[in-house]
Design a protein around this ligand. Structure first.
Ligand code: NDP
Length: 324
């Protein structure tokens, strides 16, 4: 089978298209024939070694496909089931071995590409808006990178929950997409000081919550955008990691709350995984959550997908498709 492998950390060029044996599932595992693979920013952290794994390995944390074989003791799914998963590394290939407990059945109304597109970013948007900070009607919410994969989904959910949604994006084209997703105000943070804009747009009050996936370049001003006792959910570092923070800063800026959440801790067991994933998949099925699969690449072009994602030129979801 064809896979993408990396035997050293580095730039997109370390993603090599290689041929390996199809593996056999061990106890508790399933072999999934992959139909569509989601590309996520976390794949960049794996590739560069920011989140190191044992080399060589196949990156990729999300896919949809069909169960080809199951190992001993697997009860969650059976051969032939259409399934999707997230948060298990090794999806950039024609087949992947996945713990059966991580596989979620795909409803008939949802196609493979949509399933691969919504698992990781959809469940992230779900936990951020329902669990990390439970958005209430009338809350003022700031979402950075509003036209990105997570950004477009989180904006839709915040809008659905009745929030006044402010987003930041880098270009006018991205601003348009963000508005279509439900942003009330879009700030071009490459042209304007987003802190000043947030203060202006909220009559100096600030926002209840900031969802910050950009990190290094936005963190300090994100804190300044919060109302007293506001929440900063720092959930990524697309521009680089945030340096260490003195907790006293949270006090002086208004008794703020700071959390650094990650999806794994919001799908702690199968029950929680199925409940979050099924809600997202059902919203996709009914059209309540609109996916924008803006960029698809053949599996062999994984390095191009990474180049595009890191250069800030993409919007919405990127997928890799195994060649038929
Ligand atoms: P995106 O599609 O959002 O792509 C990243 C976006 O970040 C870019 O399009 C760009 O938007 C913005 N950005 C700002 N500065 C930079 C920079 N210097 N370099 C690159 N991009 C920059 O990616 P994803 O939706 O896959 O992920 C978004 C973030 O959420 C990532 O940081 C990821 O790690 C995090 N994440 C965290 C999870 C968690 O559970 N903690 C789960 C899933 C994702 P613009 O051009 O508009 O500035």
């Amino acid at each position: 089978m064809k896979v993408i492998q990396l035997s050293q950390y580095g730039g997109p060029e370390v993603l090599q298209y290689a041929e390996v044996e199809i593996p056999q599932p061990k106890a508790g595992e399933a072999l999934v024939r992959i139909k569509a693979i989601g590309v996520n920013f976390i794949d960049v952290y794996h590739r560069t070694g920011r989140y190191p794994g044992a080399l060589p390995f196949t990156p990729g944390s999300e896919a949809a496909g069909v169960v080809e074989a199951i190992g001993e003791g697997v009860t969650e799914i059976k051969k032939g089931d259409r399934v999707a998963y997230a948060m298990h590394v090794g999806s950039y290939g024609e087949y992947a071995l996945v713990p059966a407990a991580k596989l979620v059945p795909i409803p008939a109304q949802v196609d493979d590409k949509s399933a691969a597109a919504c698992m990781l970013q959809g469940m992230t948007a779900h936990y951020l808006s329902y669990s990390t900070y439970s958005i209430k009607k009338g809350n003022r919410v700031l979402i950075h990178a509003g036209a990105g994969g997570v950004g477009l989904l989180l904006t839709q959910l915040a809008h659905k929950l009745g929030a006044y949604v402010l987003t930041t994006v880098s270009t006018e084209e991205k601003a348009q997409l963000s508005r279509e997703a439900g942003a009330d105000e879009v700030i071009l943070y490459t042209q304007k000081d987003f802190e000043k804009e947030v203060k202006r747009l909220t009559d100096g009050k600030g926002v209840h919550v900031v969802y910050d996936s950009v990190g290094k370049t936005t963190f300090d001003k994100s804190l300044n955008c919060l109302q007293p006792r506001g929440y900063l959910a720092l959930f990524g570092a697309s521009s680089g990691p945030v340096p260490p923070v003195d907790p006293l800063v949270l006090s002086s800026k208004g008794s703020l709350y700071l959390t650094r959440p990650t999806l794994g801790h919001y799908v702690l067991n199968r029950e929680e995984l199925l409940s979050r994933a099924n809600e997202v998949l059902n919203w996709v099925a009914t059209g309540e959550l609109k996916l924008r699969v803006e960029h698809t690449y053949p599996l062999s072009q994984a390095s191009q997908a990474h180049t595009d994602l890191e250069s800030r030129s993409t919007t919405g979801k990127l997928l890799l498709l195994p060649e038929e």
